[in-house]
Design a binder for this molecule. Structure first.
Ligand code: NAD
Ligand code: WQD
Length: 336
């Protein structure tokens, strides 16, 4: 049976890869996005690659009623909720905008879902809810704490989802805690297209490789890690997209959290060296001070996703960076 999935934030980086995967397996998709951090060109590429069309509704989820028509017009069966603001540093500068956007969007969405009798929800949470972890790799039942407004919005939304699911047993909610999404679709025509100076390591390194920036600053080389630089669990965005399909297919009553990561760590210097190897370009870098709020190591325990979603990430760092490089070198200025 064909399902119709509402994907909020579906024009964005992770959303567009997930929309493509949904269309490729035969689902119908309605995307709601206000294009505040994305371009409609991502969805045009999705349509070209899949040979199918996507319904696109340009709307701001923070506006009450923005979704009423969507739920009456289309036979939505479930929702994947990506829409929101995601830059940690910006959230410290503009906390009100972050709380307002991320919380209001989710509250409006959940009210519209309940009014329409749609109870199946997959939400984009983040490993940021673990703060500086005590246990590595990090299991889902690790203590939750956050150190910035962005992370606080994710934890608050998780708490809201847990309360809402307790209030009405029809809700089936999965909170997906992503580790560090990187990579791009293997076509080289879809990928991450950050506005302005990238905050995240991989987009920054790719812009150095393609000649848009001179060098990357390595934020600290005196962490308690093998080479002293920060270690992260990078996960290919196409594996992440597949994780959303597995989450949709395995929703159960109530609200549960599931890590999406590989369980493997890579340091900043590993990322730089692997990018140089796959691109053939020397990556200039300089050791700089630690970035405020950073932790030494973040690593997922992905065993719950293996057991409960029958999903695992199978693309390694080299594939992630090869695919990021294909996207970056074919589209040095992103979708524009
Ligand atoms: P993205 O910015 O590319 O995508 C988010 C999309 O939401 C954008 O297309 C944006 O235009 C849209 N949007 C923002 N505010 C909106 C609003 N008020 N109404 C409608 N649409 C709105 O980001 P992404 O990397 O694809 O992340 C998707 C989700 O995953 C976010 O919720 C993010 O917090 C979460 N997440 C991302 C990462 C990461 O490193 N990329 C890690 C963990 C969690
Ligand atoms: C990775 C490593 C940096 C840039 C962030 C959010 C997190 C989640 C994913 C949304 C760290 C180092 C970085 C640079 C560097 N997003 N680095 N030079 O900080 O692990 O996670 O994105 O939920 O919430 O905090 O990712 O890519 O910024 O950094 O040395 O120019 O690279 O110190 O060790 P991070 P990142």
């Amino acid at each position: 049976m064909t399902q119709t999935i509402l994907v909020t934030g579906g024009a964005g980086y992770i959303g567009s890869h997930t929309v493509l995967a949904l269309l490729e397996r035969g689902d119908d998709v309605v995307v709601v996005d206000n294009l505040s951090n994305s371009s409609k060109k991502s969805l045009e590429t999705v349509e070209r690659l899949s040979g199918k069309s996507v319904v696109f509704v340009e709307a701001d989820l923070t506006e009450a009623g923005s979704l009423d028509e969507v739920f009456t017009k289309f036979p939505i069966t479930s929702v994947i909720h990506f829409a929101g603001l995601k830059a940690v540093g910006e959230s410290v500068e503009e906390p009100v905008r972050y709380y307002r956007t991320n919380l209001m969007s989710t509250l409006n969405l959940m009210a519209a879902m309940a009014a329409a009798g749609v109870w199946d929800l997959v939400f984009s949470s983040s490993a940021t809810v673990y703060g500086d972890p005590e246990t590595l790799p990090i299991p889902e039942d690790a203590p939750l704490r956050t150190t910035n407004p962005y992370g606080a919005t994710k934890l608050m939304i998780e708490d809201i989802c847990r309360e809402v699911a307790k209030s009405d047993s029809r809700w089936q909610i999965t909170l997906l805690r992503y580790f560090n999404p990187v990579g791009a679709h293997e076509s080289g025509d879809m990928g991450e297209d950050p506005l302005g100076i990238p905050n995240n390591l991989v987009p920054f390194v790719m812009q150095v490789a393609v000649g848009r920036r001179e060098k990357v600053n390595v934020f600290g080389n005196n962490y308690d890690t093998a080479d002293g630089t920060g270690v992260r669990d990078y996960i290919h965005v196409v594996d992440l997209a597949a994780g959303h399909l597995a989450a949709l297919d395995n929703l159960i009553a109530g609200c549960r959290a599931i890590n999406l990561g590989t369980g493997n760590g890579a340091s900043v210097l590993d990322v730089i060296a692997t990018t140089a190897a796959v691109s053939g370009v020397k990556i200039n870098y300089e050791i700089a001070d630690r970035r405020a709020g950073d932790i030494a190591t973040s690593l997922a325990d992905p065993s719950r996703a293996h057991a409960e979603l029958d999903w695992r990430a199978d693309r390694n760092l080299e594939t992630m960076l090869t695919d990021s490089w294909r996207w970056q070198s074919r589209h040095p200025n992103g979708y524009d």
